[in-house]
Design a binder for this molecule. Structure first.
Ligand code: 13P
Length: 306
């Protein structure tokens, strides 16, 4: 099935009162886990890959093109509505290459940039992306980040509603990631969300809002956030933990003299990657349900292929 414009996916979610998950994958196996979950829940999904944790040199050696090819090929065989995001590119150039590689949505990680520099780069990205029918996610404000020794607030800033309105107007982004107490890469603890700030941003900004740091976003805050304009949750860390736990338990259960052809690359139930993948799929399904996304679809007549 052709890729669906991100604007269409998020617009439908907003009008129907749910949010779409962007479940960040890192290779074909994890991407397949996400797609399987969306197909089993019969719901639109944002497939894609993020650059934040990935070696920039690898991305620049053709990694972006490889990821784009993997994403396009899974999207083409999907039975549900799919947008394909290249998330948190390190540079404007990488984000542009993401569009050339077939992603129909892109984002630059500008969280530590001065706002005016971010506006210039993101405006240019919107110009290029919109000519190709791709969407751009912007971000204003920077969520705190969990570290081994606690939460690092040193680069964190909350989104200012007036600044957000200016950012959207001056760049032309299709959706906006906000910082309202959400925390990146935090496991086993819930973030404390500033709903009043989210409400004020919603009053100032008309594009769909995005929450990064989905791993630690409190389930009880999902419905109120959706009511205040959030149409997309980004989830990463918890998915890698699920995959890792599945991989660990299956590897530990293998005795001496492993049958490597059964265990690796067979795509049978005995494949250690398939076992890990299944665990990730189960987690993605539960998050889709949490976001109110089960059994949804984008109206066919509104589709426009890229
Ligand atoms: P978590 O890893 O905290 O779920 O956040 C992922 C994310 O925001 C990717 O953009």
């Amino acid at each position: 099935m052709p890729l669906i414009p991100l604007q269409r996916l998020l617009g439908t979610a907003r009008s129907d009162g749910y949010a779409v998950g962007y479940f960040e994958a890192w290779d074909a196996c994890s991407l397949e886990a996400v797609l399987t979950a969306a197909e089993e829940e019969s719901t639109p999904v944002i497939l894609g890959f993020g650059a934040m944790m990935v070696d920039g040199k690898w991305l620049d050696r053709g990694g972006i093109e490889v990821l784009g090819a993997i994403g396009r090929s899974y999207a083409a065989r999907s039975s549900v509505d799919v947008a394909l995001l290249f998330n948190e590119a390190h540079t404007l150039d990488q984000a542009k290459r993401g569009i050339d590689a077939g992603f129909n949505a892109v984002m630059i990680d500008t969280h530590s940039w001065p706002t005016d520099d971010a506006i210039v780069a993101v405006r240019e990205l919107c110009r290029v992306a919109h000519q190709s029918g791709a969407a751009v996610e912007g971000e204003l404000g920077s969520p705190a980040e969990a570290t081994a020794s606690g939460i690092d607030h040193s680069h964190a800033s909350l989104t200012d509603p007036d600044e957000a309105a200016r950012f959207v107007a001056e760049t032309g982004v299709d959706c906006l990631a906000v910082s309202v107490g959400n925390v990146h890469i935090m496991m086993n603890k819930e973030a404390s969300i500033d709903m009043e700030r989210l409400e004020s941003i919603h009053e100032h900004v008309d594009v769909p809002l995005v929450i990064h740091g989905g791993t630690s976003f409190p389930p009880s805050a999902v419905a109120p956030a959706v009511a205040l304009g959030v149409a997309k949750f980004n989830v990463g860390t918890v998915l890698k933990h699920e995959f890792w736990a599945g991989l660990g338990s299956s590897v530990r259960s293998v005795g001496a003299n492993p049958d490597v052809h059964r265990l690796l690359g067979s795509h049978k139930d005995s494949d250690v990657m398939a076992i890990a993948q299944q665990r990730m799929t189960t987690k993605v399904r539960s998050l889709i349900r949490q976001y109110g996304g089960s059994r949804r679809q984008v109206v066919a007549a509104e589709l426009s292929a890229r």
